[in-house]
Design a protein around this ligand. Structure first.
Ligand code: NAI
Ligand code: MG
Length: 491
């Protein structure tokens, strides 16, 4: 049985709680604040300014000034790159503060937070390198003309991010937006507002001009919604729930903003009996339990070839029972709390529903302890494709084992979902691996590995898992407008 270790006292000083607008820390227009929690204890750790429509408007005006007038819009592209490089260096130099606060506020294990923060620096460095390589083309048009294309910033971009990878999601959105010369108004998740504010402090220290990066914390329904409907915001980039994306799609319709979405998933992780079984067990375990299942790419539908099923489930259950669930600040902990009471309740609700609908609970399914929001690593076997635990994104440490007999049947079932974010296959047979990679409908496919995400490779979803691709060169498309210039050449 998973055990809860006692939460330790560990409180990095919280220096910033206000909005960052025009390189100044400002309180909300109405003085409003909201509480943010330590999910390992349920205790309040800070009160943070709660953004209003007026705060969003102020931030958008600052961003508009930055993007229309100097120094930002006059700055050489190489100098934008230098600022991003500087910010990446400052992230490395402040990695301890950032990762401690990330773990305190989100419940991520300290090791995971350290990995995330190193990833933040890498992402910013990667896009720093892009800043002066965003090029147009000359186009061989008919007639006596010179035609060329320019790639220009979209303008003021609104960025709305979730709580599962607070700092990493910020970097994925800041990196390409800044490399391309946009100005940002970001609304971090209300569950995890704190590390973004440190990033704001570091951005000022790096030397980003006033108004280029603005941070307004607060609720989705108020601050987030005001950003989506603001007539002077050119684009919204969003990561979060499908239902929220639908609201945003409607909210941005009147102003026809550009939008990009990175949403959820119900990713099929497929194990063939010809795989290296120990690697596959390890991989399936990591696929679902990494960050307590709070990953958009979580391998939550575990397709196991029927003849391997009993052995595989037994091995997976043994590992699940031995997982150390507890204080995220303790380096020995393998799984911290879920981010909030709401998320814990949602997960436990799905466990109850799975049992009610007739799936077999192999292990887990309980809250761990009575303090904080911990949930046991959970396995359901005998799951039918149409059960809620097999169709819905649970966003917790709950895996559904779905046995299959042959490739074609598995593929049809793997694709029978409105999601399409990630997929994986474990096999030594290269034909099966490549046929699956080609035919599965997902933006990312892993062969004999899982959760390998790198800032250099495009990331995003098919179907209702999203629009557009973040990371890699692809993200530059999200943050540039393409302009055609045609010049008459008089001979
Ligand atoms: P959410 O989609 O409500 O929140 C994500 C962000 O959107 C937050 O910053 C939130 O304040 C903002 N937001 C919410 N309503 C908004 C609105 N009307 N207009 C503008 N912005 C708005 O997700 P939530 O409620 O935190 O989590 C619910 C579920 O969403 C999770 O259980 C999980 O299934 C899924 N989720 C998926 C994520 C992913 O990485 N794809 C990340 C977080 C949650
Ligand atoms: Mg929500």
């Amino acid at each position: 049985m998973a055990t809860a270790t006692a939460p330790r006292k560990s409180t990095p000083a919280i220096k910033q709680t206000k909005h960052l607008i025009n390189n100044e820390w400002v309180a909300s227009s109405d003085g409003g604040k909201f509480e943010t929690f330590n999910p390992a204890t349920g205790e309040v750790i800070a009160e943070v300014s709660a953004g209003t429509a007026a705060d969003i408007d102020r931030a958008v005006k600052a961003a508009r000034r930055a993007v229309e007038t100097g120094p930002w819009n006059k700055m050489d592209a190489a100098d934008r790159g230098r600022l991003l490089f500087k910010l990446a260096e400052l992230v490395d130099a402040n990695a301890e503060e950032l990762s401690m606060l990330e773990s305190l506020n989100s419940g991520k294990t300290i090791g995971d937070s350290q990995g995330d923060i190193a990833g933040v620096a890498n992402c910013l460095r990667y896009y720093a390198g892009w800043a002066d390589k965003i090029e147009g083309r000359t186009v061989p048009v008919r007639g006596n003309f010179l035609s060329y294309t320019l790639r220009q910033p979209v303008g003021v971009v609104g960025q709305i991010i979730p709580w599962n990878f607070p700092c990493a999601m910020l970097a994925w959105k800041w990196g390409p937006a800044l490399a391309c010369g946009n100005a940002i108004v970001m609304k971090p998740a209300e569950q995890t507002p704190l590390t973004a504010l440190i990033m704001g402090r570091l951005a000022m220290e790096a030397g980003f001009p006033a108004g280029v990066i603005n941070l307004v914390n607060g609720m989705g329904e108020t601050a987030g919604a005001a950003l989506c409907t603001h007539p002077d915001v050119d684009k919204i980039a969003f990561t979060g729930h499908v239902d929220t994306a639908k609201i945003i799609q409607k909210a941005t319709a009147d102003t026809l903003k550009r939008t990009s979405y990175e949403l959820g998933g119900k990713s099929p992780n497929v194990i063939f009996a010809d795989a290296n079984i120990d690697d596959a067990v390890e991989g399936a375990f990591h696929a679902i339990y990494f960050h307590g299942g709070q990953c958009c790419t979580a391998g939550s539908r575990l397709f196991v070839e029927e003849k391997l099923r009993d052995e595989f489930v037994e091995k997976l259950a043994k590992k699940a029972k031995g997982r150390r669930v507890g204080d995220p600040m303790d380096p020995a902990t393998q799984q911290g709390p879920q981010v909030s009471q709401e998320q814990m309740d949602k997960i436990l609700g799905y466990v109850a529903l799975g049992q009610k609908q007739g799936a077999k609970l192999v292990t887990g399914g309980q809250r761990v302890g009575d303090r904080g929001f911990f949930v046991e690593p959970t396995i359901f076997d005998g799951v039918k494709d149409e059960m809620a635990i097999a169709t819905d994104e649970i966003f917790g440490p709950v895996v559904s084992v779905l046995p299959f007999k042959n490739f074609d049947e598995m593929l049809e079932r793997a694709n029978r979902t409105h999601y399409g974010l990630a997929a994986a296959i474990w096999t030594k047979d290269i034909d099966k691996a490549h046929l699956y990679a080609k035919q599965v409908k997902a933006g990312t496919v892993w062969v004999n590995c899982y959760h390998v995400v790198d800032t250099t490779t495009p990331f995003g979803g098919f179907k209702m898992s999203g629009h557009g691709r973040e990371n890699g060169e692809a993200a530059l498309d999200l943050y540039t407008e393409l302009k055609t210039v045609t010049v008459k050449l008089n001979p």
